[in-house]
Design a protein around this ligand. Structure first.
Ligand code: SF4
Length: 489
């Protein structure tokens, strides 16, 4: 195993690859790390590329992996897996981004989780106020420019103060990890806390990650793992570690989508377990079930994220939860790229007639965003699986609005639900029309109130903008208005 013993400061490169593997669910497009080593020619140095963590870190080639880890060893490191909401899929978009001094030596590197909702505005400002050239279409580059602008001031501020200054210009989701050639580093969470971030200490070892599962698998006890509060940062500067608030949170807005879909089911985010949330959503689905429950009724999850909800729904209804759909975990990106949706679904999922034939299937899915996959799945369940009926049960309310904070759904027209809701309320007639459109016998969503109940946090501390259009930041509200206008054109 590439996992280094805890507390061995020279083995941070190995720890980073392990940490990234545990949060691979957060992005599969690219991966990378930057390490700091005071005994090396390049004090900070970055290894990154497009691909999964296994591919980029050569986890299947022990020798290459070992020499990579040797080359990048050092007492401090940061890492990143990329999921894109903008930009291209080439290496230059992989993170951490490195910034060099004019003298060409490496200066700092950073990784960014989130999305700046005022990206376009910042682009314009930067192009008019400086001679900086934007080489890539990504908010990460904007952030790099803003950080270097602050750090190159005559008397650069302390890192906390720099974050305070930056926060006045940034709008949206922005969790940052930063490492410079002096070995200074910081980990920060945006003031509304859209994306999760947790940290832990053990002796001289400090670690932080987007999700608790990565720290738990490193060996930290659950009690050692803490969520970083919105607007706070942990700064290690001149050998001293401090945790402090750098910006006053005006409101908390944790993305509910993390619990229902995006995060690893083993994680606990802001003290609320992802697994327990999904289990409760399944119980809520069971409570509103109306189809006849008899020996022909079975619950089938769409693998893998809907599994916890499906299990608890079935348990509550006292019907079997069966794997009627098998997901091929080994299918690579290249194999399905360019294929049409139906072929992609065929390559990714296999329906089992041994389970499905003649059955009334309650098909549980965590969410329906665009509906194309769901439509293809239902036809597979009926044609190849020979299911008698397919009733789709969605462990989430309808997605009616885009996300501008880091989840890839940016226009209204790409979404399934708005085409039927037209700004109105959900009703049995609307659900019937939706079911018909995807070829299901019936379709049911959860109401909005289920979300806060299941997550275990007050609705007022969650971002639920994609289900209720209430965006927690000014730029989000403005972008939504533009999205509405665009959808009408
Ligand atoms: Fe999450 Fe939806 Fe808010 Fe985006 S709009 S941050 S997906 S809750």
């Amino acid at each position: 195993s590439p996992l280094a013993p805890m507390g061995d400061p020279e083995k941070t490169s190995q720890l980073i690859s392990r940490l990234l593997l545990d949060i691979q669910n957060r992005g599969q497009l690219a991966a990378g790390m930057t390490t700091f080593n005071p005994g090396r020619n390049q004090l900070i140095d970055t290894h990154k590329d497009v691909g999964t963590v296994t591919e980029v870190f050569q986890l299947n080639h022990q020798q290459t992996f070992n020499s990579l880890m040797k080359k990048y060893e050092g007492p401090a490191a940061i890492g990143h897996v990329r999921y894109a909401t903008c930009g291209k899929d080439d290496r230059s978009y992989a993170q951490p981004f490195e910034r060099h001094h004019i003298q060409k030596s490496k200066w700092f590197a950073f990784g960014f989780n989130g999305q700046l909702a005022n990206y376009q505005e910042l682009c314009k400002e930067i192009l008019t106020e400086s001679d900086f050239h934007l080489a890539r279409e990504t908010d990460t580059e904007i952030l790099m420019h803003l950080i270097s602008q602050e750090l190159s001031k005559e008397n650069p501020a302390e890192l906390f103060d720099m974050l305070t200054t930056l926060s006045k210009r940034l709008d949206g989701a922005y969790n940052i990890v930063f490492l410079d050639a002096l070995g200074n580093m910081f980990v920060s969470r945006d003031p509304v806390g859209l994306r999760p971030l947790c940290y832990a200490f053990d002796g001289s070892l400090f670690a932080a990650a987007s999700e608790s599962v990565a720290l738990a698998n490193m060996g930290f006890e659950a009690e050692q793992i803490k969520s970083l509060a919105p607007g706070c940062a942990i700064v290690i500067q001149d050998g001293e570690l401090k945790i402090r608030e750098y910006a006053k949170p005006t409101q908390k807005a944790h993305c509910f989508f993390e619990w229902i879909y995006f995060a690893n089911v083993c994680s606990t985010l802001d003290d609320q377990s992802v697994y327990i949330t999904r289990k409760r959503l399944g119980e809520e689905l069971a409570e509103q079930e109306t189809v006849p429950i008899d020996e022909d009724t079975i619950v089938v999850p769409v693998p893998d994220t809907a599994k916890a909800a499906a299990d608890s729904m079935a348990y509550t209804l006292r019907v079997p939860c069966l794997e009627g759909l098998i997901r091929n975990r080994y299918i690579g990106r290249t194999f399905i790229e360019g294929a049409n949706r139906k072929d992609k679904v065929r390559a990714k999922y296999t329906p089992l007639p041994e389970v499905l034939e003649g059955k009334r299937v309650l098909l549980v899915e965590d969410t329906i965003v665009r509906s194309t996959t769901m439509k293809a799945l239902i036809s597979q369940l009926k044609e190849r699986g020979r299911a008698k009926e397919v009733h789709v049960r969605v462990a989430c309310p309808p997605i009616i609005a885009p996300c501008f904070y880091g989840i890839d759904m940016s226009t209204i027209n790409e979404l399934f639900a708005p085409k039927f809701l037209n700004g109105g309320e959900m009703s049995p007639e609307v659900e019937e029309a939706m079911a018909e459109a995807i070829g299901a016998d019936t379709l049911k969503y959860l109401p909005k109130a289920s979300i806060a109940r299941a997550v275990g946090l007050p609705g007022s501390s969650l971002c639920q903008a994609c289900i209720d259009t209430t965006y927690p930041t000014e730029s989000g509200r403005q972008l939504y208005q533009i999205a509405v206008e665009n959808s009408l054109n």
